[in-house]
Design a protein around this ligand. Structure first.
Ligand code: 2P0
Length: 330
């Protein structure tokens, strides 16, 4: 027996960058994301008593580096199920892995949904979101579709560090155009990068203290479908996060020249031609253009024309992590 789950990556408009607690993987900043439809991770989990340790295959190859993190997350589910049986995990992405496209978000979300089913736990979404957070903070958000918020945890019991659905995808069908400017893995992973920023960026305290106001403003913009307000707060929040990254020591410079060309292009489209689009960018060189559906063709053509853009991906907003039928290919 095996269970297969599919999860889509999410793109944060208000960013999680920094941890309050590294052991429990609690975020220092709240976040707001949109779950994509066209990009996915599919993960097959099969528990097997003959295994001496978990086995992880990622995109067809053994991945010992990612295995420890995966095992630690699975251990939480095993504990709830009262078992120590090891698992064979087979996971693949239909998009570049570990390159700033949130593959860890979809990866851990798919993992917990498949493992929950395979262990017969039938946990609720909130609990699954918290479990996914232990694997990767952003994964907590991929349990849900559409617009998803995640407050920074402030309760003493720390149980509120889970994501919550804010608005269904169908209620405000925005689109995302991703300009892939590099297919290589990032040199510093998000977890290590966040810790570096926390310890060394002089701007980190200001970043953390301003995060709640940005989250409140962005949630209000989503609730009222106010694209101009969402544009303003999202771009500002993204640039503040990159200012923190770039002011860390050693600096975290995730952008390339092409990244910057894409940002300038999107600003020009909006300011000179009135195209309803804004940019965001994460721990990688890719640029995500968030736009109204009518702007997709124009935005995709403009980004594809920029030298150094290797691929343009287009996605609507999608659903949270779900089990899929055995028949569907991994
Ligand atoms: C986000 N990022 O909110 C931000 C924006 C990257 C930049 O969440 O250490 O892979 O596994 O909890 O979830 C990427 O961080 O970090 C991330 P861990 P994760 O989407």
């Amino acid at each position: 027996m095996a269970a297969i789950a599919q999860a889509q990556p999410n793109i944060a408009l208000i960013k999680y960058w920094g941890k309050r607690d590294t052991k429990l993987n609690l975020p220092a900043t709240g976040s707001l994301s949109i779950t994509l439809a066209a990009l996915w991770t599919r993960t097959r989990v099969e528990f097997d008593e003959s295994l001496r340790h978990d086995e992880l295959r990622l995109n067809g190859s053994q991945d010992p580096a990612a295995r420890a993190r995966t095992s630690a997350c699975l251990d939480l589910l095993r504990r709830l199920a009262g078992t120590t049986t090891r698992a064979r995990i087979d996971s693949c992405n239909n998009f570049p892995t570990a390159a700033g496209l949130a593959s860890s978000a979809s990866g851990f979300a798919a993992l917990v949904v498949a493992a929950d089913a395979e262990l017969g736990l039938a946990l609720d979404r909130r609990t699954l979101s918290a479990l996914a957070r232990h694997g990767s903070g952003s994964a907590a958000r991929s349990l849900f579709g559409g617009f998803v918020s995640m407050a920074a945890d402030h309760r003493a019991d720390r149980e509120d560090a889970v994501a919550e659905p804010l608005l269904d995808a169908a209620e405000w069908p925005l689109a995302v155009v991703v300009a892939v400017t590099s297919h290589t893995r990032k040199s510093v992973g998000s977890g290590a990068g966040m810790e570096r920023s926390r310890h060394t960026s002089p701007f980190y305290p200001a970043w953390v203290s301003g995060a709640a106001a940005d989250l409140t403003a962005a949630c209000a913009a989503v609730q009222t479908r106010d694209f101009a307000a969402l544009t303003a707060v999202s771009e500002h929040n993204c640039l503040k996060m990159h200012a923190v990254m770039q002011s860390s020591q050693p600096p975290l410079l995730y952008w390339s020249g092409t990244t910057l060309d894409c940002l300038q292009c999107l600003r020009a489209l909006r300011e000179r031609e009135g195209v309803e689009v804004f940019f965001t960018s994460d721990a990688g060189a890719q640029v995500k253009a968030v736009c109204l559906p009518g702007a997709v063709t124009r935005v995709a053509a403009a980004l594809a024309d920029i030298p150094g853009v290797e691929q343009v991906l287009i996605s609507g907003l999608g659903e949270g992590a779900q089990l899929v039928n055995d028949g569907e290919a991994i």
